[in-house]
Design a protein around this ligand. Structure first.
Ligand code: EPU
Length: 332
């Protein structure tokens, strides 16, 4: 058995029977064993994984693919990046090259391979606006396949990889960036922070620094405080439901999401007075109520009870069911 607890940011006990490291797309193409009938788990940065069953009797796949291959055509940069590259390092590296587009997604933990799975998003930008295609290993076909953006079924924290959680493994992601800055600063807090730092809303570097400052002030560093970022998704509801809730609960933040409305779950949990609320070693983060933290002594049962309590309270007051955002291994 391999002890993989330290490879997950929530630090719940995790041991696995087998670990298979993959170093390149060609390595996968040539030497991937047939794992169709073997329980599999793909482990990248481990920052969006909740391990509720401490023992995994299958194979853990580690796509340590470090590809970084740009193609520059005029002011467009097409960049192929391996699943094993650290997301934040990629953001910083592209900025340093003067290739813009990822600045709002600075400081998101984890590896590139996880980015398309839940279509990572922050401060008004989602991965999908820069993702042209994804190279995957298809365990059903036992082959490497490429899905274009239009085939990825991207949505809010969603993609085809969430719809078929066991079928594919991300090997690399093709991004479209630009040498021409085109910043997105609709998110009010970014503008305020840029102003505070005496920066310019037109400079992608200043946007990245503002995003980093906001994240550092609200979100616990997973290297210091075990957590998996937002534990719940913001519920997406019909516009009339959002309108009714906003009238009933003045101040409730609501945002347009396609033709629906997204309601701020963190605000609701906060309003229920649950910031700092703890069960055993798990508690609701003091600065961002959508984040649950482990003080290091937390066990799966504490987390189950905390999640149950939060869901019950939100359901009773707001009538909404909270969905868990990170990937789960085992049942809550
Ligand atoms: N709010 C509160 N109290 C809280 C938390 C939030 O009043 O404890 C309010 C905020 O003041 C704001 C609104 O709720 O008016 C939304 O909060 P915030 O801007 O912090 O964003 P969020 O909706 O809670 C989402 C993402 C984050 C991402 C931020 C910024 C999801 C599940 N989470 O959080 O992503 O960083 O927006 O864009 O969509 C993650 O996925 O792990 C993650 C951190």
């Amino acid at each position: 058995m391999f002890d993989l607890t330290g490879l997950t940011t929530l630090k719940l006990p995790f041991r696995a029977a087998q670990v298979l490291k993959l170093s390149s797309v060609d390595n996968v193409r040539v030497s991937m064993p047939d794992l169709r009938d073997t329980p599999r788990l793909i482990l990248g940065g481990g920052s969006n994984l909740v391990v509720l069953d401490p023992v995994f009797e299958g194979v853990v796949l580690r796509p340590e693919i470090k590809l970084f291959e740009p193609m520059i055509r005029g002011d467009e940069v097409i960049l192929d990046v391996g699943a094993g590259v650290h997301w934040h390092q990629l953001v910083m590296q592209t900025l340093a090259q003067g290739w813009y587009g990822l600045e709002n997604l600075a400081l998101i933990p984890g590896w590139v391979g996880a980015a398309p799975v839940q279509n990572i998003g922050a401060y008004g930008v989602e991965l999908e606006s820069h993702c042209v295609a994804v190279t995957l290993y298809d365990f059903e076909l036992s082959d490497v396949v490429i899905l274009r953006h239009s085939e990825m079924q991207f949505g809010y924290r969603h993609s085809i990889l969430k719809a078929y959680p066991n079928r594919f493994m991300v090997l690399s992601v093709r991004l479209r960036l630009s040498t021409v800055p085109n910043t997105r600063v609709e998110y009010g807090a970014i503008r305020d922070e840029i102003q505070r730092q005496s920066g310019s809303v037109e400079r992608p570097e200043d946007v990245a620094h503002a995003v980093m400052a906001i994240r550092r002030s609200k979100l616990p560093d997973p290297d210091v405080t075990p957590n998996v970022g937002s534990f719940f998704k913001n519920p997406v509801v019909r516009p009339e439901v959002a309108e009714r809730l906003a009238t009933q609960f003045p101040g409730l933040p609501v945002y347009a999401q396609d033709d629906q409305m997204k309601v701020a779950a963190g605000w609701m949990i906060d309003q229920l007075g649950l910031k700092g609320f703890a069960i055993g070693g798990f508690s609701v983060h003091q600065q961002q109520a959508l984040v649950l933290i482990n003080d290091g002594s937390g066990v799966a049962e504490d987390l189950r009870n905390l999640v149950k309590h939060i869901r019950q309270q939100v359901k009773a007051t707001y009538g909404l069911s909270l969905q868990v955002e990170p990937t789960q291994l085992g049942q809550l």
